[in-house]
Design a protein around this ligand. Structure first.
Ligand code: F6P
Length: 361
């Protein structure tokens, strides 16, 4: 009798809505094929520990509750690259061998990794070194993975950020205020641009388009004086630079850096240059924590099923992708190489301009 296939699944990098829906789809599709699915805990971190941290996932665990939940039931990490693992004494160590040993101990025929570009690059290197089959599912609220129109989590983040603008608008109008909303996105302005269009912003600042703060101020003054509106809404992407060209980042213990705070900087500049009362909201991780909206659940389900089919076909080193209303697969290497920032000549930038939205230039 042929050996029952045993596959591993892990979530890696920052969490987002829809990860549990991918896990569920993989477990369902793999169970249909009579395979066993091992859930690896905390990305690759669970494979560094001894005893190994994992759990057997069965279809019965996946009633319809889990797919509705945000986060990931397996846990995740966006720290600790195993090829350069920070040790307690400040040194770095290559611990990739321990992860590969863990995969071998578990007898995994293949691994399905749900991650963004950084995680996929690490998993690919591990798969090459450990000679195991790897299929990846793109997930990121930033929607910056190349070669796919959709990544799990983006649509929900967009929904949350747009809802935030919907909530800011009436309070802005009640108090004659300018509201600045800072959103995430890392080095890509995808969340900011889409949110700004969907939420009726007057100004959208993204890292792909350098801004002139005087143009931003002019637009806000125009809104009040010429359009006779008593409020204005501005969306600012977290990686937008200061006028002097610096990034607003926080540095945490251990040297980890994260964007955050540019909204306050822009808000101060707007208040100074326009004289209008201005308030700032930094949305932060709220964008990641929601239950997945239907479109993310659909993408998650389709991606999970496709990932299992690729494993069944022995088609490895591939990432599932959404393209032209189809679920396809592309080389992981190429997807990582084509980092997807906002296309400044693309339809959304054009739409924003035609709506009279100021992009700062
Ligand atoms: O990549 C997803 C993301 O949410 C970015 O938009 C953001 O810059 C970063 O992760 C925040 O990371 P952390 O969860 O470590 O604060």
């Amino acid at each position: 009798m042929a050996k029952k296939k045993r596959i591993g699944i892990l979530t890696s990098g920052g969490d987002c809505a829809g990860l549990n829906a991918v896990i569920r789809a993989v477990v369902h599709a793999a169970t249909e094929k009579g395979w066993e699915v091992i859930g690896l805990e905390d990305g690759t971190a669970g494979l560094l520990d001894r005893p190994l941290r994992y759990r057997v996932l069965s279809k019965t665990m996946f009633d319809t509750t889990i797919m509705r939940l945000g986060g990931t039931i397996l846990g995740t990490t966006n720290k600790g690259n195993p090829f350069q693992f920070p040790m307690g004494d400040g040194s770095m160590k290559d611990r990739s061998g321990e992860i590969i040993d863990g995969i071998q101990q578990l007898g995994l025929d293949a691994v399905i990794g749900i991650g963004g570009d950084g995680s996929m690059a690490i998993l690919r290197k591990l798969a090459e070194r450990g000679k195991f089959g790897l299929v990846c599912v793109p997930k990121t609220i930033d929607n910056d993975v190349g070669m796919t129109e959709m990544s799990v989590g983006f649509e929900t983040a967009l929904y949350v950020a747009t809802e935030a603008l919907d909530r800011l608008q009436p309070t802005a109008a009640s108090h004659d205020r300018v509201m600045v909303l800072e959103v995430m996105g890392r080095d890509a302005g995808n969340i900011a641009l889409s949110t700004g269009i969907a939420g009726g912003a007057d100004v959208i600042l993204i890292p792909e388009i350098p801004y002139d703060i005087n143009k931003v101020a002019e637009k806000i003054i125009h809104v009040r004086d010429k359009e006779q509106r008593n409020f204005a809404l501005c969306v600012v992407s977290e990686a937008v630079k200061t006028v002097e060209g610096g990034a607003k980042q926080m540095e945490f213990r251990g040297g980890e850096k994260r964007y955050g705070g540019i909204g306050y900087y822009i808000g101060e500049q707007i208040a100074e240059k326009t004289g209008f009362e201005t308030r700032v909201t930094v949305l932060g991780h709220v964008q990641r924590g929601s239950a997945p909206i239907p479109s993310d659940r659909l993408v998650a389900a389709a991606f999970g099923v496709k990932a299992v089919e690729l494993v069944a076909a022995g088609k490895f080193d591939r990432m599932v992708a959404w393209s032209n209303r189809q679920v396809i697969d592309v080389p992981i290497e190429e997807a990582i190489a084509s980092y997807q920032q906002v296309d400044v000549k693309g339809p959304l930038v054009h739409t924003a301009r035609m709506l009279g939205i100021c992009l700062g230039d």
